[in-house]
Write a protein that binds this ligand. Structure first.
Ligand SMILES: Nc1nc2c(ncn2[C@@H]2O[C@H](COP(=O)(O)OP(=O)(O)OP(=O)(O)O)[C@@H](O)[C@H]2O)c(=O)[nH]1
Length: 294
């Protein structure tokens, strides 16, 4: 899935170029009819700038890949309609049906491009403006889909809360607090795998939706995140800020709603806060909470 604002904006810009490219192509098509160069022109599809742009586009995740595939199909269909129209003109056999075919192909192509643009714009709006991470709304929307994509692995929720964050705001001001949130978001992006996703859940809380084959694997990842955050200070201007986080981890059970899993992760995290912070707590199937140590 295309996740950050820069990636999404770059793709949107390319999709706009793709639409513009086909206005130019239409003009070239008319020109080749007028100046009688139809017979000498190479197959427009092979040298089409749009084809190159499409090949350069990056579809990460099944939704994007599906949109891209629909555009590819519509694009080659569009060129086929153009080829047929030119051939019919060359043979002096052009009919209204050839023109209609081109018109329909153009409409299908622009609808396909528009569909991906809408998806991307929607996703962009769901990104948290401070950290550029997807926000809670997107997690609500794609939770079921993420579970379906687990590919035989278990899905875990890691609920992470910065320890004593109020003190950072109170000591250094909200701008520094904001910088800490941004830096932590970046650290999460750097540390987790592509198949996992970090969300800003609200305030100073983050959620990581994680895939792992076993509880042990998920706990190890949580512990690694916790240690990485505590060990590496956040640099901001002349400041070096050491922060710690407390994590509540739990496995998503079959058929559970997001609220049910969140409640368990929250209870685990809360226990971690009560018992000292800077730790990972795991809630198992029986509802027992234990501290993850290795
Ligand atoms: N700078 C900044 N602060 C925020 C943001 N969202 C929430 N906060 C602050 O996060 C702080 C959370 O404080 P508390 O809920 O008391 O928790 P804490 O100080 O982290 O303490 P523990 O969670 O108990 O370890 C509050 O001061 C909020 O104002 C934000 O977007 N930017």
């Amino acid at each position: 899935m295309l996740r950050d604002t820069d990636q999404i904006d770059a793709t949107l810009a390319n999709l706009n170029k793709i639409v513009d490219g086909h206005y130019e192509w239409l003009v070239t098509l008319f020109a080749s009819v007028v100046d009688n160069s139809i017979e000498h022109s190479p197959d427009a599809y092979d040298c089409c700038v749009v084809k190159e742009l499409l090949q350069a586009l990056n579809a990460v995740g099944p939704e994007d890949a599906q949109c891209l595939q629909v555009i590819h199909t519509a694009h080659s269909q569009l060129h086929e309609s153009g080829r047929n129209l030119l051939a019919s003109i060359r043979e002096n056999e052009a009919t209204a049906a050839n023109f209609n075919d081109l018109k329909n192909s153009l409409q299908i192509f622009s609808t396909a491009v528009q569909a991906w643009k809408s998806l991307l714009l929607n996703r962009r709006n769901a990104l948290d403006p401070l950290t550029d991470l997807p926000g809670r709304r997107l997690l609500d929307e794609i939770y079921a889909q993420q579970l379906a994509m687990a590919d035989g692995q278990h899905t875990y929720i890691l609920l992470m809360d910065i320890d004593r964050f109020k003190k950072i705001n109170d000591s250094w001001g909200h701008l520094v607090g904001d910088e800490v949130l941004r830096a932590l978001a970046q650290r999460l992006r750097d540390e987790i795998r592509n198949s996992d996703t970090a969300y800003r859940y609200g305030g100073e809380e983050f959620i990581v939706l994680l895939r792992a084959p076993t509880d042990k694997g998920a706990c190890q990842t949580a512990l690694r995140l916790c240690a990485a955050i505590a060990q590496q200070p956040i640099q901001y201007q002349h400041l070096q800020l050491f922060i710690t986080v407390t994590l509540g981890v739990t496995r998503v059970r079959f058929g559970e709603t997001l609220e049910q899993v969140e409640a368990r992760a929250d209870a685990a995290m809360y226990r971690g806060k009560q018992t000292g912070r800077n730790r990972c707590m795991f809630m198992d199937e029986t509802g027992e909470i234990r501290q993850v140590t290795d």
